[in-house]
Ligand binder design. Sequence first.
Ligand SMILES: Nc1ncnc2c1ncn2[C@@H]1O[C@H](COP(=O)(O)OP(=O)(O)OP(=O)(O)O)[C@@H](O)[C@H]1O
Ligand SMILES: [Mg+2]
Length: 742
Amino acid sequence: MIELPRGMHKKVSKAFDIWGIEELYPPQIDSLEPIANNENLVVAVPTAAGKSIIAYIAIMNKVFRRGKALYVVPLRALASEKFEELKELSQLGIRVALSYGDYDEDDRRLESYDVVVATSEKADSLLRHRSKWLQDLQVIVADEVHLMNDVGRGPTLEVILTRFKQLNPDAQLICLSATIGNSAEIAGWLDARLILSDFRPVSLKEGVVQGNEVTLDDMGHIEFKNRTGNTLTDAVLDGILDSYDGAGQVLIFVNTRRSAESSAEEMAKVLAGHLSEDDLRELRTISGSVGRSDAKVIQKLKRSIAGGVSFHHAGLSNEQRKIVESAFKNRRIKALFATPTLAAGINLPARRVIVRDHTRFESWNPRAPIPILEIKQMFGRAGRPKYDKEGESWILARKPEEVDVLLERYVWGKPEEVLSKLGSRPALRMHLLSSFATNYVRDMDEMWEFIRSTFYAYQNDTWKISTDVEELVEFLDEEGFLNREGDNVEATDLGKRVARLYIDPLSAVVIRDTLLSEKNKVTTFSILHTICHTTDVHPLFVRRKDSDYVTKYMYAHEDELLIPIPEDDTEYEWYLSSVKTAMFLMEWIGENDESVEAGEDRIETLFNLGPGDVRNKVETAVWILYAMRELSRLYNTGMTAEIDKVSLRVEHGIREELIPMIQVRGVGRIRARRFFEAGYNSLDKVRKATISELASVKGIGRHLAIQIKNSIDPDGEHTIEEEPETPQEEDIKQSRLFDFNG
Ligand SMILES: Nc1ncnc2c1ncn2[C@@H]1O[C@H](COP(=O)(O)OP(=O)(O)OP(=O)(O)O)[C@@H](O)[C@H]1O
Ligand SMILES: [Mg+2]
């Protein structure tokens, strides 16, 4: 029986039964009193030490008293995992919601839940919409709080914490991380109790591999058999085989997608010979569930999985990643080659982690060392209580001299300090504007008060901050986002709209200036290029070999470019990238030589993008197109309808002629094209067609034909009879991965 301190809601102990927890871990016990006393907490304890449970206890303690809670995580995958864990508490009457995506909405639906799990971007956007229920929040959890150190997402997390500190000073803040070098400083900033510990429920043996020998943390040595050869790759393969002999699964971190793919394939060839009949059969089924596709990356994925190995990176679609994760969790996939996207927070059954690469490509240094903080996160994926009794984390030395260096740095070393990144221009610009636009601050005094409450101000000299902030406020004022009268500052309509659109004010300036400029010719390409030239769209890198065809394309479409081609060299590079990104979107919507929507294979060949990348790029493009449309409406440019059309086409990846068909439920870009080829160029034609006629279209089948009839003509009598699936239906299901609407 777990004892709870006075002040803690009694019902909390019921959750332990649900989770099957018999005893609390020491850092969890240490957290009980401060939680009951409503103190803020910074929990800085090792990976796998059960930090989430600490947060869940604080959440329940408030929710059982009718309070509400927000659990903020950096990544969607982690959001889903935490959501699943919290959902088990529904037996205790706790209602949990998962929220991400769609930034321009005031998610009223969330009002009726007790706990909301959200990514930091989503939480920030909810704050901007001043969703009312946020004021009722009594617990805010920031998981993986070391992410404040990240240039991209750190500032958002920092602003959320600052905002809540100001907005609900009584709400309890719970920050969790296994890898912060300056936890006391963060606790100081948040006025929080620091829970420090080096407890780990499952022991983790960290070490450096060189050849077939591992030098451990305590300088002990272990060896594993040399079976495949003497190269570095062979050492990794041997390390996997060795673990497989002991029935342990391995997670291998590498620094590029390409090498994740090729290593997985190579390993699969070796491992396949060792697998049981049962495993091979199951793996074939899993591999089949990935779907048919002509993209090479998917072919590789399927071949690897069939051999008991897989890879995991952002180029895979969400569904594909889920298949891989669950097959690894079910222990069918024995070895998983991942890029670091998989690192933070996730629970996986990896008995052994091998970090193959400890450097990565950065523009300033192609072999930049990976921070200790990140390597420790990778190490921490091994030996998770739910799955394993012990864990091993090894990092690969490329030569014998490297062993000591790596031991020193990554095994014995402590994670770096978390440094605020709110001072970065785009971040500060965006958050300053949103502070005014949402009325969180109404004059210069309040603005300075907000700035003073940030971690950025806590860590930096006042003079540096005041120059940066003043300069940006001036920019916002000059560009028409703010109205300043004496000390009073108000966001203009433009400022308010831009803050809600969740884009960098500089992107808004680029879009507005092009919308209002003199133009000779506005085409789909003009619109796409404009959005690709904003700071919110991460453009595609122009490799040396791409430079020619991108330049040629650019000059061929020069009269359609609404932003002039720059003279300056660095700006020119960036400009070429934006052209290449727009070219990708043009292919995607079939504005190409072939006049047909590009498939996975073509996009992969031309742009080196996998299905997951395509999804991400398309999502961003649709979001910025939406912003462009809203600005166009604000300025009454007469381009709004055109932008809407382009946006719809980008969302679905279609040429104009498919717009009618895409409206039908169950029809995505691939099916829409097939319908069109069969002569269906309007909804009316579909309405008039019989079920058999629709069913005879390639890849449609009877089942879908009835469904389509039902959705177009709900009053008609089109019943769905149970019928075995035709091979054609199977075929279309396979291509579902790229048929997003399907
Ligand atoms: N007291 C406990 N008894 C048994 N299992 C526990 C206990 N506390 C937590 N666990 C389990 O330990 C696992 C790891 O917990 P959790 O994910 O919270 O780790 P973490 O500290 O957040 O690690 P990371 O830093 O990697 O995110 C989970 O599967 C969780 O259910
Ligand atoms: Mg965690």
